[in-house]
Ligand binder design. Structure first.
Ligand SMILES: Cc1cc2nc3c(=O)[nH]c(=O)nc-3n(C[C@H](O)[C@H](O)[C@H](O)COP(=O)(O)OP(=O)(O)OC[C@H]3O[C@@H](n4cnc5c(N)ncnc54)[C@H](O)[C@@H]3O)c2cc1C
Length: 533
């Protein structure tokens, strides 16, 4: 026998002897160490899919063997949550954003993942603008600002000159303030701020807290921004982005509204980012699965997750045992019963009820509605503000927050006339009468109440050829605040086990990116907890 072969046999013999030794780890225990940590994510929007994606990513990158098994429960049939599209004319070649429509350069998770996933990004310029003005801001009596539609550099400079002439140095002050805020915000993605167990501590560390207890109006006054610029431009932005006035919304969110640099969207729909995140996280996705109950078993310290329609005959829908649950949807709307009760559930916060109406029409915005001469050009999109000096309580005095022209669909498949696709944000359902006035088509008004109350469905197809209405709990009323809902709702704060919560970040900033950031943050805390044993 060669010396090498005899050495191998000797080592094998020793290892077999060692295997017979009682002091070795029993087989059952070996298996239990290798059991993956089971995570249930409730909610397939930006937060839930980002949590799934980053759990997988951080676990794969870990130097320690971290095994995770992820199940994602989503109430609807689609992934994306408030990021979703509808098909105009039911044509899947014509998707239009019904919820979150843009993200910006200062959104690293969304920008990087769309590039990593090979999704096509588009700028946020409107297609087929038919007016000399791309957008205008209307205060109910007049346009206080109009932006030229031409791509001519001179007209671009002219817009800047107009801004400076009208508002002095205020635009520059706000731009600097916004850039400084973005730099501070980006600290929340990196050590030592990231990952964070308590949101208010992260906000403090990123030096963003001074913006939080003030309204946008107070912040702008404090920073020497003119009332006129704040009212005309910043408030138009807080109204179109959050359906809130500057006297209500907190200072930080008012600056977020001004951080529009490099606005973009995914061609075909932003939901694809979150769909890809879920797919790449190797999760078991339970679609159309509304979670009704989360129940902790005291003995095993595991959570059962029950979905609507669970019953004994269907073994697939039996409660499952999870070590960790992530609630990635606003607690107050998720309608989940927790057993035992959560020690300190998130407080109820007011959300905006936003009516979004998408529709097509061959008609253009009527100059008469805006008090303009017949042949005048109405800006392609109209944002609104209040007349200078009017209190912020009058948030819906114009009956809409914004009217956007999204694109023009050429004649052909769906109509023999060009059809313009519009999106209106309002606090109430749109009335037929308002639309008739806004677009200058006839409204056969009768003085009974049903006629005044008639909605978009009563309008002849000649005027409104297609429509889709949706009411969202779109975002919280972003009132000034310095505390936020807990990130860990149940379980030891240093343990990966227990119940985690992402939606508290919405009363700080409510965007796809910040929800995705909170999903990533929770994922990091869980993986770190598993690494530390
Ligand atoms: C009209 C509109 C315009 C917006 N515009 C923008 C924008 O331009 N840019 C931007 O960044 N943000 C925008 N936002 C805000 C943005 O959409 C949200 O901040 C973000 O998408 C929230 O993501 P989320 O994952 O936290 O919550 P959600 O997207 O609400 O996801 C939660 C998910 O949980 C599911 N769910 C809830 N309860 C249960 C349950 N019991 N069981 C199972 N599943 C459940 C829901 O079905 C949902 O899919 C807009 C929002 C709206 C409505």
């Amino acid at each position: 026998m060669s010396p090498l072969r005899s050495l191998i046999l000797l080592l094998l013999h020793i290892s077999l002897l060692a295997g017979a030794d009682d002091s070795q780890i029993p087989l059952a225990q070996t298996i239990s160490i290798r059991q993956p940590h089971r995570v249930a994510i409730i909610g397939g929007g930006a937060a839930g899919t980002s949590a799934a994606y980053h759990l997988r990513k951080f676990a794969n990158e870990s130097s320690v063997d971290v095994r995770i098994d992820i199940a994602l429960f989503e109430a609807s049939a689609r992934i994306g949550g408030r990021t979703t599209t509808v098909d105009v004319f039911d044509d899947d070649g014509l998707p239009a954003e019904l919820g979150a429509s843009i993200f910006v350069k200062a959104n690293p998770i969304l920008c990087n993942s769309s590039l990593d996933f090979g999704l096509d990004l588009k700028g946020f310029a409107e297609k087929n603008i038919r007016s000399d003005f791309e957008w205008g801001i209307w205060d109910g009596t007049k346009f206080v600002f109009k932006q030229n539609a031409s791509e001519s550099r001179w007209l671009g400079y002219w817009d800047v000159i107009k801004l400076i002439w009208k508002y002095g140095t205020s635009p520059i002050k706000v731009q600097r303030l916004t850039q400084a805020m973005i730099a501070q915000f980006l600290k929340m993605y990196q050590e030592p701020v990231f990952p964070f167990k308590v949101l208010q501590e992260a906000v403090e560390q990123a030096e963003l807290m001074p913006f939080m207890p003030l309204t946008g109006q107070e912040l702008m006054r404090e920073k020497g921004v003119s009332e006129r610029f704040a009212n005309d431009i910043i408030q138009a932005s807080t109204r179109v982005n959050y359906a809130q006035n500057l006297a209500q919304i907190h200072g930080l969110e008012s600056l977020v509204c001004m951080a529009t640099d490099g606005a973009m969207a995914v061609e075909g729909g932003n939901w694809q980012i979150f769909d890809q995140m879920a797919k790449r996280a190797d999760v078991t996705i339970h679609r159309s699965s509304l979670v009704t109950t989360v129940m902790r078993d005291q003995d095993s310290d595991k959570y059962g997750v029950q979905v609507e329609g669970d019953h004994e005959e269907n073994p697939k829908l039996q409660p499952e045992d999870f070590d960790t649950v992530i609630l990635a949807a606003p607690y107050q709307f998720a309608n989940i019963s927790f057993t035992p009760l959560l020690p300190s559930p998130p407080e109820r916060i007011d959300y905006v009820s936003l009516h979004v109406t998408l529709f097509t029409s061959p008609h253009s915005l009527s100059p008469a509605f805006f008090g303009l001469e017949d042949q005048s050009q109405v800006p392609s999109s109209v944002f609104t503000t209040l007349p200078l000096g009017l209190s912020g309580e009058h948030h819906d005095q114009h009956k809409f927050f914004s009217v956007s022209t999204l694109r023009t669909i050429p004649p052909g498949k769906h109509s023999d006339k060009p059809q313009h696709l519009y999106k209106i944000f309002s606090s109430q359902p749109l009335k037929a009468r308002l639309l008739a006035e806004l677009y200058g088509f006839p409204f056969f008004y009768q003085s009974d109440e049903s006629s005044t109350e008639a909605g978009i469905s009563t309008i002849d197809k000649e005027y409104i050829s297609w429509y889709h209405e949706k009411v969202w709990h779109s975002y919280p009323y972003e009132i000034p605040r310095t505390t936020f809902a807990d990130i860990k709702l149940a379980g030891d704060s240093s343990s990966p086990k227990g119940i985690w919560y992402t939606s508290g970040i919405e009363s700080f900033i409510s965007t796809m990116e910040t929800s995705a950031l909170m999903g990533r943050n929770v994922a990091k805390l869980i993986v770190e907890g598993l690494q530390n044993g």
